[in-house]
Design a protein around this ligand. Structure first.
Ligand code: FAD
Length: 441
């Protein structure tokens, strides 16, 4: 079958690319490995109607692309629950805010981030040093003490990239901060990236995008195994079948794009990039209670922890449900340690951590719901891929550089809100624009 453009992946990026191409008059086919669209979003409903977003859940100010789509498809949002005071667990003690001046470190990071071009982080004057240095090493020098360094490492590398602070470079952190508009915006609840949720979950928006593409555009259950290109076109292989087109948009994370077979093989530097952009490692667990008991005690359910298996928690209740939902996030080494445990031991470790944060009532949830994106064949980690230490300068220029008829999308290739739904949409629209500007290789 011949078409103008094949899009690989029906996440937000692939769907946005396909819509932009279709609106410009191109014939488009989207091939999606899973039996659903949406990618890294997945909503589960409890029998009483409580909405649990197991993947992406928040949208916030300046995420203009996702906001525009929410408005276009008439979807409703609700604010993240906000009652009471937050908890900071710090060296065995409880506070409502970090007891050390962490704001100054964040301000310094934001100032450095201002010197990074999010479209070309490797061009920063200090890039040779920032690319080599890990965030952990930088924090050891910049933070007021060892606990503050650990706390900030967990919050920044973990909370934003689901990685350990020794796994990412200072340059990767600065790129991410710049791309999302600074630490306040990225870490913030109201007024920040965690401000609102979509009624029904972000999957509802993905379904709306797929519906707007019209029937027979998205093919589900079609994992792409090979991409072959020559002077006549590009042939995309899935399950013994092939689609031929003028161009292809690969709208999956680089780590997964590297698992497709290319003919001719990808250039050395592009393949080198896919080898150096591992996905993050997060465990996101929802503990569901008969009611949000912590609110009565004045706790907001929002916590950040300098130690222990859980780095942060939020009150994830919805306005239309009386159930209490406490969602815990664990990242990097801590997430992997939880994965190695039996399900019972993991549940015990998580509940111990929640008891420490909001008290003994946390011990008896009605349900604990988890989903491991690292174990999912078509995601293999979250929230996104991050460029490894030392690799931005050598391989960064390949991130968006087309390889003949192959164009790259996916949130990892965004310059604004990279790693987020909004970035996924930007990346898809950018890849579509590239093709529309010069359709042939
Ligand atoms: C737990 C979690 C929490 C998050 N929280 C937030 C949040 O609160 N706010 C936010 O904005 N973002 C959040 N994110 C990140 C957000 O989900 C992603 O940035 C975004 O969904 C990425 O979209 P994408 O289209 O680039 O990639 P994906 O969603 O990964 O889409 C890629 C698609 O390609 C498919 N695919 C993969 N390989 C192949 C193949 N070989 N052939 C065919 N199809 C293939 C996949 O099945 C998938 O559908 C979170 C992610 C997770 C997992």
């Amino acid at each position: 079958m011949r078409t103008d453009v094949v899009v690989v992946g029906a996440g937000f990026s692939g769907l946005a690319a396909a819509l932009a191409l279709k609106r410009a008059g191109a014939r488009v086919r989207v091939l999606e490995a899973r039996d659903r669209v949406g990618g890294r979003v997945l909503t589960r409903w409890l029998p009483n109607g409580t909405q649990l977003d197991l993947g992406a859940q928040w949208i916030g100010p300046t995420q203009d692309r996702v906001a525009a789509l929410v408005a276009r498809y008439g979807l409703a949002t609700f604010p993240t629950a906000a009652y009471g005071t937050p908890t900071v667990l710090w060296a065995g003690r409880r506070y409502t805010e970090p007891p050390a001046p962490t704001d100054e470190v964040l301000a310094l990071l934001d100032a450095y981030a201002g010197r990074v071009d999010p479209a070309a982080p490797w061009t920063a004057v200090e890039a040779p040093d920032w690319d080599r240095r890990t965030l952990a090493a930088w924090l050891r020098e910049a933070a007021p003490d060892a606990v503050a360094a650990r706390y900030l490492g967990r919050l920044l590398a973990g909370g934003l990239l689901a990685a350990g602070p020794a796994e990412i470079s200072l340059l990767q952190m600065l790129f991410y901060l710049r791309s999302g508009g600074g630490s306040g915006m990225l870490l913030g609840m109201a007024g920040g990236a965690q401000q609102d949720r979509i009624v029904g979950g972000p999957g509802v928006l993905a379904d709306a995008l797929a519906a707007a593409l019209g029937p027979d555009t998205v093919r589900l259950g079609a994992p792409v195994e090979s991409i072959r290109q020559d002077h006549a076109g590009v042939t995309v292989g899935t399950g013994g079948e092939a689609l031929t087109a003028e161009a292809v948009v690969v709208a999956v994370a680089p780590a997964l794009a590297g698992r497709i077979r290319y003919d001719p093989p990808l250039p050395a530097l592009r393949d080198g990039l896919t080898q150096r952009m591992p996905m993050g490692s997060a465990v996101k667990v929802h503990a569901v209670y008969p009611e949000p008991f912590w609110r009565a005690d004045g706790h907001s359910g929002v916590s950040t922890c300098a130690e222990g298996p859980v780095t942060e928690t939020v009150d994830n209740g919805t306005p239309d449900s009386t159930r209490g939902v406490l969602t815990a996030f664990s990242y990097g080494d801590e997430a992997n340690a939880l994965r190695r445990m039996s399900p019972e031991a993991r549940r015990g470790a998580l509940l111990d951590a929640l008891v420490e944060i909001v008290g003994p009532d946390a011990r008896r949830p009605d349900e604990v719901v988890e989903y491991d994106w690292s174990a999912d064949e078509w995601t293999r980690g979250c929230f996104c891929g991050a460029v490894s230490v030392g690799a931005w300068r050598a391989y960064g220029p390949e991130l968006r550089r087309r390889v003949g008829r192959v164009h790259w999308a996916g949130t990892e290739t965004a310059t604004r809100w990279a790693g987020y739904l909004d970035g996924a949409i930007e990346a898809g629209e950018r890849a579509a624009a590239e093709i529309l500007r010069s359709p042939l290789a």
